[in-house]
Design a protein around this ligand. Structure first.
Ligand SMILES: *Cc1c(COP(=O)(O)O)cnc(C)c1O
Length: 402
């Protein structure tokens, strides 16, 4: 049985809406764009949404529209997809890394303040694997130091956390807010492995009209809202999203609750089967927040090293089970290491986690039988692995036998 790492969930609605676009002959800058943006703004609970052609473009436009540029610094995490740090380099700003909390895999909010300098302009937290960052702490730090917050919510659509303590008479009311809507702006991505997909695509959400207007101009070659077609007010880009992509996004948003619930169920199937495996650490729990499942990432215990992890991944692949080492640390990517003289040891928590993670096959349409198959193969591989603890055998022999 071959099992892919991810798989989009497309149904007849996607085909119907895409076909409508093809029949309309308006393939760009039409009504689907407005519909997709409005639907997204409503779902996230933000005033504005601006669709672009990738999550990376969305990040770039956030940096640019907040006026972050040369000599500026932005605090972020080294444990992420590379785009969340590259977006600063596009504008010659510097990503300043803060190590992660090894229990959540997210930026450690308790160590942000010590990295703030006169040049710091923003904090860019990434909700890694769909688990919300500690936005209460991050917002307090940003307010104290007058910094912007750009949320990279590309992996966390639909996740929410408790934020403001709003006094309501005697009681203090914690309100729950969707990630992406908490900072000054937030970013989503719609690559096919994400919770919802448009093929390629991204979205900026914000409550600030100025940011939204500027992003609209920047994605469209620097035109203003009422510019003539060949009149450009500023240096812009072509980051537009086609009507075909927007139609896909509308269809996917229509059933996002179903998609997220299906993913949560798959995660539960995994956790039921893997919670007894002594050498495996399950994905972190969500505390005071609700996660959105992007990937199911297990972590091997500390007595395993990177080589052990890679061997186990290769074995899984030899059985037809796709898996990936989400994420190699950004600071150790060759051009980062060279540009900023980073070395192994600079962010020990990130490295410890990154050396031991395995993303298992995970998608909304995955069946319980497929999950069971993955776990069974993983058991077999780990049972034969030299470091495997013996208590594992007694617990899991029965499962292996099935
Ligand atoms: C997917 C992702 C992005 C955006 O990726 P694109 O391929 O450009 O859409 C950005 N940040 C993180 C953390 C991601 O996982």
């Amino acid at each position: 049985m071959k099992i892919p790492l991810s798989n989009p969930y497309l149904s007849s609605l996607e085909k119907q809406l895409v076909l409508q676009v093809l029949n309309s002959s308006q393939l760009s800058q039409g009504p689907q764009l407005d519909r997709f943006e409005n639907k997204m703004a409503q779902y996230i609970g933000s005033r504005h949404a601006v669709a672009v052609n990738s999550g990376t473009s969305a990040l770039h436009l956030c940096i640019k529209s907040l006026g972050i540029g040369e000599n500026d610094q932005v605090i972020t995490t080294p444990f992420s997809f590379i785009a969340s740090a590259n977006c600063m380099l596009y504008e010659r700003a510097k990503p300043v890394f803060v190590d992660i909390n090894p229990n959540t895999y997210n930026i450690d909010a308790d160590h942000i303040s010590e990295k703030i300098t006169a040049r710091t302009k923003a904090i860019l937290p990434v909700h890694v694997f769909g688990l919300p960052c500690d936005m209460v702490k991050i917002r307090a730090i940003a307010q104290k130091h007058h910094l912007y917050i750009i949320e990279d919510a590309c992996e966390a659509i639909g996740a929410d956390c408790l934020v403001d303590a709003v006094p309501q008479g005697q009681a203090i009311k914690l309100s729950s807010q969707k990630v992406g809507s908490i900072g000054d702006c937030g970013v989503f991505g719609f690559y096919p492995n994400k919770q919802i997909t448009t093929g390629e695509g991204g979205m900026i959400v914000t409550n600030e009209e100025k940011i939204a207007m500027n992003c609209r101009s920047l994605r469209n070659q620097g035109r203003s809202e009422n510019s003539m077609w060949l009149e450009h007010e500023q240096l812009g880009y072509n980051y537009r999203l086609s009507e075909v992509n927007c139609a896909l996004g509308i269809a996917q948003l229509t059933k996002i609750h179903l998609l997220l619930a299906a993913r949560a169920r798959v995660a539960r199937w995994y956790s039921e089967r893997l919670s007894n495996v002594a050498d495996i650490i399950l994905p972190p729990h969500a505390v005071n927040c609700r996660r959105s499942w992007f990937v199911y990432v297990i972590r091997l215990r500390d007595h395993y090293g990177r080589k052990d992890r890679n061997k186990i991944m290769n074995s899984l692949k030899s059985y037809g089970i796709d898996c990936r080492d989400y994420f190699p640390p950004i600071h150790l990517q060759p051009f980062y290491a060279e540009m900023f003289s980073y070395r192994r040891g600079d962010f020990p928590n990130t490295e410890k986690v990154a050396d031991r993670t395995i993303a298992l096959p995970f998608f909304a349409t995955m069946t319980e039988a497929q999950v069971h198959h993955v776990c069974k193969i993983l058991y077999r591989i780990m049972r034969n692995y030299k470091y495997m603890r013996h208590d594992f055998m007694a617990v899991n022999n029965q499962i292996i036998a099935n």
